[in-house]
Design a protein around this ligand. Structure first.
Ligand code: CU
Length: 125
């Protein structure tokens, strides 16, 4: 008798864990950093050896924007405060910047002799 109720309890916990894991997966899909999230605007940042195509880029606070890294060569960029991280494997990401400000970024991949000069600014208005 006792043994069987223990089994029932164990099964219950296993089902709960499975449900929790499934819900966690859904949550991740809806996160604003997801590449599949919807955004009306798009910002393309071109990277070549050894510069970004513009010294500064402007986006709007509170609006989802798809950031696309168009890189010829092995370059990346990241803005930690905005949860933005792009490289040749992750070429686009939708972010919704909440806080206006000026965010400096630089190439995140050791790409060659001009790597240190690969800097630009992302301005959230
Ligand atoms: Cu670099």
């Amino acid at each position: 008798m006792k043994r069987s109720s223990l089994w029932t309890l164990s099964s219950f916990f296993i089902i709960m864990i499975v449900l929790l894991v499934a819900c966690g997966g859904n949550k991740e899909q809806n996160s604003p950093a997801s590449a599949s999230a919807a955004a009306d605007t798009e910002l393309v940042i071109q990277a070549t050896n050894y510069k970004f195509d513009q010294p500064e880029y402007r986006i709007k606070a509170g609006e989802p924007v798809r950031i696309v890294l168009d890189s010829s060569g092995n370059h990346g960029l990241a803005v930690k405060e905005l949860g933005l991280s792009l490289d040749p494997n992750t070429k686009e990401q939708v972010i919704t910047p909440e806080k206006p400000g000026t965010y400096e970024f630089q190439c995140t991949i050791m790409c060659g002799p001009g790597h240190r000069d690969m800097k630009a600014v992302l301005i959230v208005e």
